[in-house]
Structures are given as C-alpha cells and as structure tokens.
Design a protein around this ligand. Structure first.
Ligand SMILES: N[C@@H](CCC(=O)N[C@@H](CS)C(=O)NCC(=O)O)C(=O)O
Length: 188
C-alpha cells in the first residue's frame, strides 16, 4: 500500500505515526500539492494528503476514513469526541496557517480572529482532559501531531497557560515514530 503524503502535513503525519506504531508497512510517496500537474491527481481528484492507495487501485482520502480502513478509530463516544476536537483544531490551524501565507493586504482580520478564538477554545478544553489521551491511540497521535505543528505555525503560542498540555507533549514527543516524522519549519 502506498501512502501519499506531504512532509509538512499534520493530517498525513497522523497516519504515518500510526503505521509506525503498529508496524504497518506503507510506502510513503511525497507529493506536491496545489499544482495542476501533481501525480496525486492521477490517484484522486481530491488532491489532498493523506491519501491511501490500495492494491486494487482504489483510494481513501480523509484522515478519519484512512483510520477507519485500519480499524483504528476510537470505539467509544468519549474517544470519538476527543478525536473530533483534535481534528477540528487541526483544520482550524490549517485554515489560519493558509491565510497567513497570503500577502498581508489580502488577509482577512475577521477570519483570522475567528480561527484564533476557535483554536484557543479547543485547546483550553483539551488542557482540561489531556490525561485521557493515551499513546498510541489515534486520538493521542492526532493530538501530538497537532501540537507538533508548532514547527510550521509558531505564531500560535499554545503552551501559554496550558502546562498540562505542554507536559503531555514533552512525553509523547520522545517516541521514535514522532521524531522520525518531524515536519520542516515553515517560518510562520
Ligand atoms: N480533512 C482532511 C484534511 C487534509 C488536508 O487538508 N491536507 C492538506 C495538507 S495538510 C492538503 O492536502 N492540502 C492540499 C490542497 O488543499 O490542495 C483530512 O482529514 O485528511
């Protein structure tokens, strides 16, 4: 099976770490994104990573659908809610980060304010329940990828006022699956 990825993608990193933790061999193929000639478009019209390419030529995109394919989704309601919160925050940071890649004159202050408020709100909720995230469950891996995205989105100081989240992150960031998949810094 081939996993189409981008080195900087926190969504793809969830699957990459999960596969390493569960000794699932996936051939990682790094793809250019948002270009009309990306080879990824021959696999999926969605053009996003992660995309899992199956031996029969079919594909799964969307992190949750790939986790579902591997039977890795939480089975209980609380676990599903934790994963939903983390992936909601990941989408939020991705939008925020994308907006900051636009020229300053094209950025929307209102949009940035909504996403920053959403990020802080979800992070505050995670601070209250971080002990429930047990490595290497999918929700814990996703949380580690989200917090580790600070290498590409350093404008958000999530550690401030969240000591439990910071301590949790220091622990999980020692795993070889984590250090093996560090995203390159983006300068944002
Ligand atoms: N909801 C998707 C989000 C995936 C996503 O946004 N991936 C980004 C990279 S972090 C991407 O492929 N962007 C390319 C594009 O927007 O064309 C998931 O859960 O997998």
């Amino acid at each position: 099976m081939r996993l189409h990825i981008a080195a900087g993608s926190p969504f793809a990193r969830v699957i990459r770490i999960w596969a390493r933790e569960n000794a699932i061999p996936l051939a990682e193929v790094e793809q250019p994104l948002r270009t009309p000639d990306s080879p990824l478009l021959a696999v999926t019209p969605v053009g996003r990573v992660p995309t899992l390419e199956l031996p029969d030529g079919s594909f799964r995109s969307e992190t949750t659908l790939i986790l579902h394919h591997f039977g890795a989704l939480p089975q209980d309601g609380a676990g599903m809610q934790r994963l939903a919160a983390v992936l909601g925050l990941m989408e939020c940071i991705a939008y925020w980060n994308r907006e900051l890649r636009r020229p300053p004159s094209e950025r929307s202050p209102g949009f940035l304010a909504v996403e920053e408020a959403r990020a802080d709100r979800i992070a505050d909720a995670l601070e209250r329940e971080v002990e429930a995230f047990a490595w290497p469950a999918a929700d814990a891996i996703a949380l580690a990828c989200l917090l580790g995205y600070e290498r590409r989105h350093s404008v958000w100081k999530w550690r401030e006022g969240r000591p439990r989240l910071a301590a949790w992150f220091e622990g999980v960031s020692q795993h070889p699956s984590f250090t093996d998949t560090l995203p390159p810094p983006s300068g944002i």
